[in-house]
Design a protein around this ligand. Structure first.
Ligand SMILES: [Zn+2]
Length: 264
């Protein structure tokens, strides 16, 4: 009996050195939230990532990722290595024909504008702040909305393969209130970007950002701190949009993730 107890205690000690948990499923496009002991050092694919004071960390799996992902956690000189298989997601092919050609390929005179928009968006997505809102539960941004577009769909416009759709589209009437999915800080608030029209970007910490696109009204300003459920604007059809809808995005730095992986 004494011996058994001894073994149990030993196991407990050695386990507690490596105690950590991962929330999320290892499918392409998904967001994974981890919690390790405080003061752990975490590497994802050999790249060191931020760990919060309480031990929270986060990473994402790219849309077409095929290889396994390696997670290394170091605490008090002990190293735990973990390799996780990344499962494939099936993506749809969406063919749209009969579009005016300038809707498929933008005219030359807007190239500079698009480049500038992308620079602004890229800058907002590159932030690596200490916020840990990413570890909380996301909420849907619209009530009773119908999903009309999903992450990963390959778009073929007038027979020309275009970049895949990375957002989650909700059909809703123009003017419908949009709520913040999660606490965060506004890092971009623009009324009129070429593709995305009225656009908001929020920072949720550690490289996790969300985007809201094609908005009619924007009620918040850059650097404003927003609570989950706050009304941040309304649904519109601004930018390149065929009708009123809300398109939301989720990113881990420059990796575009599936918003559906954090919403029910
Ligand atoms: Zn969309």
């Amino acid at each position: 009996m004494k011996k058994l107890l001894y073994i149990v205690v030993l196991c407990f000690i050695s386990n507690s050195l490596y105690a950590f948990e991962l929330k999320g499923t290892f499918f392409q496009g998904n967001l994974i939230v981890g919690k390790a002991d405080s003061k752990s050092i975490v590497f994802i694919d050999e790249k060191k990532i931020k760990v919060s004071e309480k031990g929270f960390f986060v990473f994402g799996l790219a849309k077409d990722r095929k290889n396994d992902i390696s997670i290394k956690i170091i605490k008090n000189g002990f190293t735990k290595n973990l390799t996780k298989k990344v499962y494939k997601k099936k993506y749809k092919i969406q063919k749209i024909n009969g579009l005016p050609s300038k809707q498929v390929t933008p005219p030359k005179e807007v190239y500079e504008r698009i480049k500038n928009d992308n620079r602004l968006i890229g800058k907002a997505r590159a932030l690596d702040t200490d916020l840990i809102f990413f570890s909380n539960k996301f909420e849907v941004p619209l009530k009773n909305a119908i999903i009309t577009g999903v992450y990963g769909s390959q778009r073929v416009l007038n027979g020309i393969p275009k970049s895949p759709h990375y957002g989650l589209d909700f059909a809703a009437k123009e003017g419908t209130e949009i709520k913040a999915m999660l606490d965060g800080t506004v890092t971009l608030a623009k009324k009129n970007l070429y593709y995305t029209g009225g656009t908001l970007i929020f920072d949720h910490g550690h490289g996790i950002s969300t985007l809201y696109m094609h908005m009619k009204d924007i009620f918040v300003k850059k650097n404003q701190k927003i609570k989950q459920g706050d009304v941040i604007g309304t649904v519109g059809k601004t930018g390149r949009s065929t009708g009123a809808h809300l398109d939301i995005r989720l990113n881990w730095f420059d990796i575009k993730l599936d918003p559906a992986s954090v919403l029910n």
